[in-house]
Design a protein around this ligand. Structure first.
Ligand SMILES: [Zn+2]
Length: 185
């Protein structure tokens, strides 16, 4: 096949993927995967985060709500968007690093929230193990948002160790009770 033809096909396939990803972006509620091993409120944070519907400082400013400071309260380095809080914030990255170790999966590399929400799909293991991993990811997102709210509204200083302990305890409790996996460790 001529180089031009291959290139043309490659560009076409990229355009096709781009269209698909744009469709997903516009209507992510159509592709969001709920997980009944965690409470609805937990999935809700991930669902809203993916849709950019969480009231982050930048989201509020974009809605013309007066925000004194747009900076992330967790790291103080960047503007607070959903993507920053859950993906690029150094605080979140430390949490994901530890969650990966705890779940014995390779280091988590994410560029956007969607990467976190589809991470379980590329991990190997039984269907139950993959569903449990997805539950842990949802619990982690929920906990990061909870810690962010505590820092913003109660001036609580984020404590990584405490947050990780809570993620592990809640993920274990919810998955164990809801999945009826007797042998869960
Ligand atoms: Zn940050």
């Amino acid at each position: 096949m001529a180089v031009e033809t291959r290139w043309f096909r490659y560009v076409q396939s990229c355009k096709h993927k781009k269209i698909l990803s744009d469709v997903n972006r516009v209507r992510p509620d159509k592709v969001f995967e709920w997980n009944n091993w965690v409470p609805k409120k937990v999935g809700m944070v991930a669902w809203r985060a993916e849709m950019e519907r969480l009231p982050t400082r930048c989201a509020l400013a974009a809605r013309n709500i007066s925000v004194q400071n747009r900076t992330c309260v967790m790291c103080g380095n960047d503007d607070e968007t959903s993507e920053h809080i859950f993906v690029s914030c150094q605080f979140a990255q430390l949490i994901w690093q530890n969650v990966a170790t705890w779940c014995t999966i390779p280091p988590i590399i994410a560029f956007e929230i969607k990467d976190l929400l589809t991470l379980h799909e590329i991990c190997s293991g039984s269907a139950k193990k993959i569903k449990a991993l997805y539950a842990v990811i949802l619990v982690t997102l929920w906990n990061i948002w909870k810690s962010r709210n505590e820092a913003v509204f109660q001036q609580k200083i984020p404590n990584t160790t405490k947050i990780l302990d809570e993620i592990k305890a809640l993920a274990y409790l919810w998955v164990k009770n809801r999945s009826k996996l007797v042998s869960l460790t």
